[in-house]
Design a protein around this ligand. Structure first.
Ligand SMILES: *Cc1c(COP(=O)(O)O)cnc(C)c1O
Ligand code: SF4
Length: 362
């Protein structure tokens, strides 16, 4: 049977009003007013696929919380528009050059679904100049001239809302640059619109290897058969798939949920890469957790479960991403170190090296 459930159908039939949303969840009149108010400030749109994962009755459903505007978005005291100073670190519109050897190139301001916790909430869903072909070309020209750049991260918005042809045009241009070694995509479509991962897309991407994809799952309920199939297709095209989660209050800030997310990802052969402390963005304050929440989670994962399942806990900043964990190095001198294992036991190891041998090693 010919399937109508294509990504184009998902995009064209996104839920953007209360009455359509009521096909998926129960919404009181008061909630309807709140959704309209918050949604007028920060754009919302939900794919029918993602909406189908929602709990009809539970307002605290983790899928709902990520997708449906909340009045809390308008009740912020501490957020900023652009705490990572992406706008001031852009030599061309939409190209962020923060590290010596790699850049992030924003090629789209659109997404399949607008996450309520989005770190680029300031411009996603808005028609912005820097995602025109001219701006993308200016970014590619910058990369061509900057020979230190060996890694280009294509991001957005979500780059995979662009057509295969548009994506190929970008890849073809980047692949004419000798010093670009790897190309990475950041896309949430395997989670919010897995229909986007088609054979045609995978075949096209595979022509431009080495390509890596990082996606964005936050909750085990997102790990569906459809998502697993999308990941499998990318992997079969030779594309390693990693995951970047955001630590979100009430969604994945407890050990059981986080463990089942991480184990579920491994079952789909997706490697957990980063777990982000939620950036301090206007309209996201209700998702923030204390720094200790993330540190505690890592403490209860490392050693207790498969090393591959444990992401790095990251605080992002204008000066780069900063991985955080409670140190296992209790004491360090020239001849010994005191180390702590995952269960809290300490041991002393000798680390003295004869100066003569230490010199040879340099
Ligand atoms: C996250 C990010 C990268 C990539 O960082 P990795 O740690 O290498 O994954 C590159 N540039 C910018 C501006 C970023 O925010
Ligand atoms: S898919 Fe990514 S860029 Fe788009 S709204 Fe979600 S977090 Fe933001």
């Amino acid at each position: 049977m010919e399937t109508l459930d294509t990504w184009q159908w998902q995009m064209a039939n996104r839920i953007t009003d209360i009455s359509s949303l009521r096909n998926y969840v129960e919404i009181s009149e008061q909630q309807a007013g709140e959704i309209a108010a918050a949604g007028a400030r920060f754009r919302w749109a939900i794919t029918p696929y993602y909406a189908s994962l929602m709990d009809r009755k539970d307002v605290n459903c983790p899928i709902r919380m990520q997708a449906i505007p909340s009045i809390l978005e308008l009740q912020n005291y501490n957020g900023m528009q652009d705490p990572l100073q992406e706008e001031t670190q852009s030599p061309t519109p939409g190209l962020i050059h923060r590290y010596p050897d790699r850049v992030a190139l924003t090629v789209s301001s659109e997404c399949a679904m607008y996450c309520r916790h989005c770190t680029r909430k300031r411009f996603v869903g808005q028609p912005v100049q820097r995602t025109t072909w001219q701006a993308i070309q200016a970014g590619i020209d910058y990369v061509t001239k900057a020979e230190s750049i060996r890694d280009v991260l294509i991001t957005g918005g979500d780059p995979f809302v662009l057509s295969d042809d548009r994506l190929e045009r970008i890849l073809r241009a980047l692949r004419t640059i000798d010093h670009v070694e790897i190309i990475r995509f950041g896309t949430r479509t395997p989670c919010t619109m897995p229909q986007r991962i088609t054979d045609q897309l995978c075949d096209m991407l595979a022509k431009y290897h080495p390509i890596w994809v990082n996606t964005h799952f936050n909750h085990p309920r997102e790990l569906t058969e459809e998502a697993a199939k999308a990941a499998d297709m990318l992997l079969r095209a030779g594309i390693p798939v990693g995951n970047q989660s955001v630590l979100l209050r009430g969604i994945n800030d407890n050990l059981d949920t986080m463990k089942s997310l991480l184990h579920g990802l491994l079952k789909m052969r997706i490697r957990p890469y980063y777990l982000y402390q939620c950036d301090r963005i206007v309209g996201t304050e209700h998702f923030w957790t204390p720094l200790t929440t993330g540190l505690d989670l890592i403490d209860h994962l490392q050693g207790y479960t498969t090393g591959l399942a444990v992401p790095q806990f990251i605080v992002d900043s204008p000066m780069g991403k900063i991985p955080l964990n409670r140190s296992k190095l209790v004491e360090l001198t020239d001849d010994h170190a005191v180390l702590r294992n995952y269960e809290g036991q300490t041991m002393t190891i000798s680390c003295w090296v004869e100066p003569r041998l230490a010199l040879l090693a340099i």
